[in-house]
Design a protein. Structure first.
Length: 138
């Protein structure tokens, strides 16, 4: 089993709440990545969010203390568990997609702030527990 962790950054300002979404190829996800050896879920989530978006914990967002339901997907050796933490946006800094030195390009092709009511249209069924949590815990 492979383990990853990420952060769901919710922007509470504006006419409706939005959440930061990232797209790689045709797949939408939230900032997340695999845990390094000896790294906790929350440490990995914070590191991956910085690496993928340039947004910093305590500067651009703060963790709320809530853990979103984990999702399990894939089969066999490709079975994965993704754990997400909820955060509130606290700065006006926009994400950017830094170059991943291993890939020579950004890990994602696009980012956008998506209204909570619309995220269910972007994500595959495996994200249903995460999306339900976000939409019912506004």
């Amino acid at each position: 089993m492979k383990y990853s962790a990420g952060i769901l950054i919710v922007d509470h300002y504006g006419p409706e709440k939005t959440i930061l979404c990232l797209r790689a190829y045709s797949n939408w996800d939230f900032p997340k990545g695999q845990l390094n050896k000896e790294e906790s879920n929350v440490e990995a989530a914070i590191r991956e969010t910085l690496e993928e978006t340039g947004l910093q914990d305590g500067v651009d967002y703060i963790l709320t203390g809530a853990t979103v339901p984990s999702i399990v997907y894939g089969t066999g050796q490709n079975r994965k568990t993704a754990t997400y933490f909820l955060a509130a946006r606290i700065s006006n800094k926009q994400p950017f997609l830094p170059i991943n030195p291993d890939l020579g390009k950004p890990e994602h092709d696009e980012w956008k702030w998506v209204p909570l009511a619309e995220i269910g249209f972007l994500y595959p069924a495996r994200f249903k527990p995460v999306i339900n949590f976000l939409q019912t815990n506004k």
